[in-house]
Design a protein around this ligand. Structure first.
Ligand code: HEM
Length: 492
């Protein structure tokens, strides 16, 4: 009798296991296969995961445990090097693309693909003139907002102010008695820089007030979009509102100054341009649009650049021979500088060839934006596979950046791989591609170059937990935010 019970239990457990693994786990996949059975092309290989949640848990586990590449590696092991896979992620049926040519096809195709960011990001980074308008009008606004940051002449104007921000913050950081969270400090640097570039103001109050709210806004990026007290998304929406009000007060002040005929700066900044610009129908922008555009730039440019600054310094510190070579280049720039010059010039930044390779290698290894999101406007056939209308398309650039097919020994941080090397189209996508390619890439690189110039010449980083684990959600960073001391190097 006793043995019968044991057999019964084993049989029940086995039945449950088979039911869950062979039936429940495949329900999602069967549902979509059935729904799309009459289409001309098959879905790409892959797995749709569990009903409702799809592959979310595996994704979170891989990305937060510091093994982000195992998500794709497992797909490749199971389904082959196809470069295109189906999945269900962040609440949506999705297609992951991680092959250069297909990535480019999607990113360059504004007719068949729209932006497809998760609901939480869409709401938090809401920006009508860059999203909810025709492609033509969007391109018009894009040209307007990028005018102050594209081209050498435009960027050269900011060097002096960026230098001041960098020099002061490094001085302040090295005077701290206690270790600091280096990433948080880099956010202050990149934030001051971006406020200066776009709003032409260095008002400490604005910088202080917006700074902490931006952190709350970021935390809500990949949160569950539930707007109820206690939820991260709710806090993020409140932060957005607060930042909107602060930005609006800056807009109001600028309007008043213009009305009173006061000159704000030597040159028009983005705020002046936005107050003047008209849409296709000759209408000026609403205040809400201006504030959304400015907020969008803060959102897009602040955390990404700060993360880039942190990883550049961290990688250099972890590789003393690379740091030495990068430092020698900066010393050479000082040695050859005419005595009449006291500050950095754009020409000198252009001479920093090795440093630019360090930055490229940082962008390749750190993979600051984990994916670029699109949504299919209609059914699209790509390489014989179907991307169904309404499905998300995730351009998984990190899989390309970390593939030995394009970058031999991809885990190695090796700036010299960029010596005389121009990446093939689609194999280096830190700033995306196509009509939505990041317009702030050159500004971000300039900021990082100026920071590294002063850091390499005068400081070093002493991390408190150099082996600290890394998380990749929502962006890649050590979980202690790079706790460290910035130490001034004495020039004996
Ligand atoms: C290391 C720093 C940065 C990285 C890695 C980065 C990455 C990216 C990527 C991958 C995209 C493309 C998104 C897509 O196609 O959906 C993008 C778009 C964008 N970035 Fe950046 N970015 C950086 C810095 C900046 C800065 C400093 C600014 C502001 C000045 C900025 C402003 C923007 C804007 C406005 C867009 C949207 C463009 C559009 O939709 O037309 N970014 N960025």
């Amino acid at each position: 009798m006793k043995m019968e019970w044991v057999y019964m239990c084993i049989a029940t457990l086995l039945a449950c296991y088979i039911f869950v693994n062979k039936i429940v786990k495949n329900l999602n996949g069967w549902y979509y296969t059935l729904k799309l059975r009459n289409k001309d092309y098959p879905l790409p290989p892959g797995h749709m995961g569990w009903p409702l949640i799809g592959n979310l848990f595996t994704f979170i586990q891989d990305f937060s445990s510091g093994q982000p590449d195992s998500f794709i590696t497992n797909l490749i092991l199971k389904y082959g090097r196809n470069g295109i896979y189906k999945t269900h992620l962040l609440g949506n049926p999705s297609i992951i693309i991680c092959e250069p040519e297909m990535c480019r096809r999607v990113l360059l195709d504004d007719v068949n693909f729209n932006l497809g960011y998760p609901k939480s990001i869409k709401k938090l980074a809401r920006c009508r003139p860059m999203v909810d308008v025709s492609n033509e009008e969007r391109k018009h606004f894009r040209r307007v907002i990028i005018a102050p940051i594209v081209g050498h002449k435009e960027l050269a104007i900011y060097i002096e102010r960026l230098e001041d921000i960098v020099v002061n913050s490094l001085e302040e950081l090295s005077s701290m008695k206690h270790p600091i969270e280096f990433l948080k400090e880099m956010k202050k640097v990149s934030f001051k820089a971006i406020v200066h570039v776009f709003m032409g103001c260095s008002n400490e109050n604005i910088i202080k007030n917006i700074g902490s709210s931006l952190n709350d806004l970021y935390k809500g990026m990949f949160s569950i979009p539930i707007n109820a007290p206690g939820f991260t998304f709710h806090k993020a929406l409140k932060a957005r509102k607060k930042i909107g009000k602060i930005v609006q007060s800056v807009v109001d002040e600028r309007r008043l100054r213009i009305k009173n005929g006061e000159q704000v700066g030597e040159k028009k900044d983005l705020m002046d341009i936005l107050l003047e610009v008209k849409d296709e129908n000759g209408r000026k922008l609403e205040d809400e649009d201006i504030s959304d555009l400015l907020l969008g730039l803060l959102f897009a440019g602040h955390e990404s650049t700060a993360t880039g600054l942190m990883w550049s310094v961290t990688y250099l510190t972890q590789h003393p021979h690379i740091l030495k070579k990068a430092k020698e280049e900066q010393e050479e720039i000082l040695r050859t500088r005419p005595t009449s010059l006291k500050r950095l010039s754009l020409n000198e930044v252009k001479q920093m060839v090795y440093l630019s390779h360090v930055i490229n290698e940082m962008l390749r290894c750190a993979n600051i934006a984990f994916s670029t999101f699109r949504e299919a406007i209609c059914d699209v056939n790509i390489n014989g596979y179907l991307i169904p209308k309404g499905w998300k398309v995730l351009i998984w650039a990190r899989a390309i950046h970390m593939s030995d097919e394009y970058y031999p020994n991809p885990q190695e941080f090796n700036p010299s791989r960029w010596d005389n090397y121009t990446p093939k189209a689609g194999t280096f996508l830190p700033f995306g591609a196509g009509s939505r390619r990041c317009p702030g890439g050159d500004l971000a690189k300039l900021e990082i170059s100026i920071f590294l110039h002063y850091f390499l010449l005068n400081y070093r980083l002493e991390r408190i937990n150099p082996e600290c684990p890394i998380t990749n959600l929502p962006v890649s960073k050590p979980i202690d935010n790079c706790l460290a001391k910035v130490v001034k190097v004495s020039h004996a």
